[in-house]
Design a protein around this ligand. Structure first.
Ligand code: MOS
Length: 741
């Protein structure tokens, strides 16, 4: 046979094969959801409320309806009973925001859909939408922190499964601590803004509905949509071969999908929605603004004796969404006295939702900034502060980390960065007109895994096919799926065809929580191992599987394998086929703790006069078990780091408090880092073996890259200027005042 054969246990860590879908993507041949064309398609355009907490007092569609090419306009006056409201996913429902549109004249949040215009063309639909006249009577509203009228609720009182981690006696220990930090931090509203818009196309064929929608959860959406439309799930097929960026915004059903499905059924035609960029700020979810109070107490040698993390998170009136990053921050360092509390702050907003490293990004900005403040208070090197507080046992329940390579990450990154050359005195490393700052921070993310199924077929001609409804969201899923099969079956990667993104294929879980590689590839691995056994290959490692298949006389062998993560509740495999595939989260296990770790080092240059902040380089090291493909992993990590730079310096959704409305809903005003903002990003992949996490030993890498970056950058800004910025994003106006003593 052709290539050297290796069993999955010997997958090469440097197997940096090019992307399976690379050529299709760069040549423009890849078909994304709204690229599908159907004869006789009608186009939808939404009219969204410009205000929150209001009542529609008049709604006039006559002018719009009379326009040539307009087919129909759906409003609360004519939509009745076609959509069955659901609860939020955290309350047993299936949607990311439980406020159903077009149910009544009441408007809960700005951006809520109030009319759906259907027309022969996109342009006519858009034009007509602007001629739908709606008047609103606005009630007093509370749009964000400090708005009178927001309601504070402890998360533990609102969510059954949330318990604020704590151990020992924080108050006593903090009171006695010789060295203390007590500081407050905040992070702003942010939006995912994936390149691909939040499009929906629905095609009915009799009683059968096909949904084309960029998705991180094809199976989830099939069952969720069935529930909201009150139809048999087996009548729905979801197709999505590529998703042009998701980051959490395309994982859970929103009612927009149901509205398009209803419109298509009413018209008896395919209906396509391609909403503009600005509507994406409210059609999907967002990262809510957060606030934090960190109190750290330490002995003079740097050992933490007390740690308290209180978090406040904005959410909607309707739904108790929260990320509760205290689950990870309270477990990061050795400490006997830990307290934490998460409080929901409910305002007149749409419900926030998952956004890349949902808990860890904001909560580690706070923790890792506070650790840097503690290092300053102690007169200690920040890397050494992490070293003395490193632990093999998490402090809350005393559970063992299956692997924890945090200090290896610090040491390798520090070496590559040249950290030894750092003069710790703030403002001491000036270069010409630029103040040079060096800062660092730790990263972590739980190892998540969810059930997944895959079908693999190996034919006697040496070709294999892999089938699973998993998701290519740009992370490289097609590539690592093909690699896993090729290496386990001992065939060249070019002999493997991968089919994904179709609910007619075996079910895969939500592509989120950095779990796809571990979950879907574990299923593929299981199927390939079953094929090896079927053709009589008993041992692990090198074997000519194709020759064994030929010798058996069979033309092809096919195996379906269901991977169920260790620690999953009973019924998990059955639930997978019903669109329920909730992950086992590595920070919440009863038996051990499974986390990835990293360390990031950032150099900033702050102009002495203008206070412009530049980031010439970042060195980031991560240890996340086995790396399946060093090329796609590098992109994942680097992309995460760039997100982190964006969250530190650029991204902030601004709100007009009078109306609860976002104002910078475009790429000119919602700042994201561009190429010129990014200097060198060096990614170091620290070797780590962890055989306990899953059969592949892969911990997941999609999100950790963005954790800790903002803190490292803020710590570098402090080192450059002597000014501690505790509120993101860091703007040059924050740095204009002279440093405080
Ligand atoms: Mo991600 S925010 O877990 O899709």
């Amino acid at each position: 046979m052709n290539a050297p054969v290796s069993h999955a246990a010997h997958l090469r860590a440097d197997s940096a094969v090019p992307r399976y879908d690379g050529k299709e993507k760069v040549s423009g041949a890849a078909v994304f959801s709204s690229d599908h064309r159907f004869a006789n398609t009608a186009h939808a355009y939404f009219v969204c409320s410009p205000v929150a907490k209001a009542r529609i007092t008049s709604l006039n569609t006559a002018v719009a309806k009379a326009m040539p090419g307009v087919l129909d306009i759906l409003t609360y006056q004519n939509l009745r009973g076609e959509i069955r409201p659901s609860k939020h996913i955290y309350q047993g429902g299936v949607v990311s925001d439980s406020v159903p549109p077009l149910m009544s004249p009441e408007v809960a949040y700005a951006g809520q859909i109030v009319a759906v215009v259907l027309a022969e063309s996109f342009e006519v639909a858009r034009d007509a939408a602007r001629r739908v006249s709606v008047t609103y009577e606005q009630q007093p509203l509370a749009s964000t922190f400090d708005s009178p009228g927001v309601v504070h609720q402890p998360l533990a009182s609102q969510r059954q499964n949330h318990e604020d981690p704590q151990v020992g006696d924080f108050d006593g220990a903090f009171a006695r601590a010789p060295v203390k930090v007590d500081a407050s931090y905040s992070t702003p509203t942010q939006h995912h803004n994936p390149m691909e818009l939040f499009t929906v196309t629905c095609v009915w064929n009799g009683e059968e509905l096909t949904l084309y929608e960029p998705s991180q959860s094809n199976y989830g959406k099939k069952f969720a949509l069935a529930q909201v439309l009150a139809i048999d799930p087996q009548r729905i097929r979801v197709l999505c071969h590529y998703t042009g960026g998701g980051f959490g915004s395309k994982g859970v059903l929103t009612y927009r999908t149901a509205l398009v499905a209803v419109a298509a059924r009413r018209l008896g035609r395919p209906v396509k929605l391609v909403p503009p960029r600005d509507q994406g700020f409210t059609l999907a979810t967002y990262r809510a603004e957060t606030r934090h109070r960190l109190r750290l107490g330490a002995s003079p040698d740097g050992r933490l004796t007390a740690l308290s993390h209180e978090g406040w998170e904005l959410t909607s009136r309707a739904d108790p969404y929260a990320v509760a990053g205290t689950e990870s921050t309270t477990r990061m360092y050795a400490c006997r006295n830990v307290a934490s509390k998460v409080t929901l702050v409910r305002a007149d907003r749409s419900t926030p939702g998952f956004m890349r490293a949902p808990p860890e990004m904001p909560y580690f900005f706070a923790l890792e900034s506070a650790m840097d403040e503690l290092a300053t208070a102690l007169g200690m090197d920040p890397v050494e502060l992490r070293r003395v507080n490193d632990t093999r046992v998490e402090p809350i329940k005393g559970l063992r980390y299956t692997s924890r390579s945090m200090m290896q990450c610090f040491d390798e990154a520090a070496e590559a960065f040249g950290w030894k050359q750092r003069d710790p005195r703030p403002g001491s490393m000036r270069r010409g007109d630029w103040l040079v700052g060096w800062g660092c921070a730790a990263s972590t993310y739980p190892v998540c895994a969810a059930p997944a199924a895959a079908r693999v077929r190996l034919a006697a001609d040496g070709r294999a096919s892999v089938e699973t409804s998993g998701h290519e969201i740009g992370q490289g899923m097609y590539t690592i799926a093909a690699q896993t099969a090729a290496e386990t079956l001992g065939i060249p990667i070019g002999a493997v065809t991968v089919r994904m993104g179709d609910t007619h294929l075996p079910p895969a879980p939500l592509a989120a929580g950095s779990l796809s590689a571990a979950s879907v590839c574990s299923a593929i691995l299981g199927a390939c191992q079953a094929i090896r056994r079927r053709v009589g290959v008993r041992d692990e490692g090198r074997a000519d599987v194709v020759a064994a298949l030929r010798n058996s006389g069979a033309g092809a062998v096919e195996e379906l394998f269901e991977y169920v993560p260790n620690g999953s509740p009973a019924g998990t495999a059955q639930g997978l086929y019903q669109g329920r595939a909730w992950p086992v989260v590595g920070s919440r296990r009863p038996d051990n703790i499974q986390m990835s770790f990293g360390a990031q080092f950032v150099e900033v240059h702050v102009h002495a006069l203008t206070r412009e902040v530049r980031v010439p380089r970042v060195v980031a090291a991560f240890a996340a078990g086995r790396i399946l493909n060093a090329r796609t992993a590098h992109s994942q990590y680097m992309g995460g780091v760039i997100w982190g730079i964006g969250s530190a310096l650029h991204e902030e959704t601004q709100i007009d408090r009078r109306h609860g409305r976002y104002v910078n809903t475009n790429f000119a005003d919602y700042l994201i880092p561009v190429n010129a903002d990014i200097g060198e990003v060096q990614v170091i992949m620290v070797g780590e073996e962890d055989r306990e996490v899953n059969p592949l030993g892969a911990k997941g890498i999609g999100e950790i890259g963005t954790v800790g970056t903002a803190a490292a950058l803020a710590n570098a800004v402090f080192h450059a200027t002597g000014k501690r910025i505790r509120d993101l994003p860091i703007r040059l106006e924050d740095l204009l005042e002279p440093p405080r003593a």
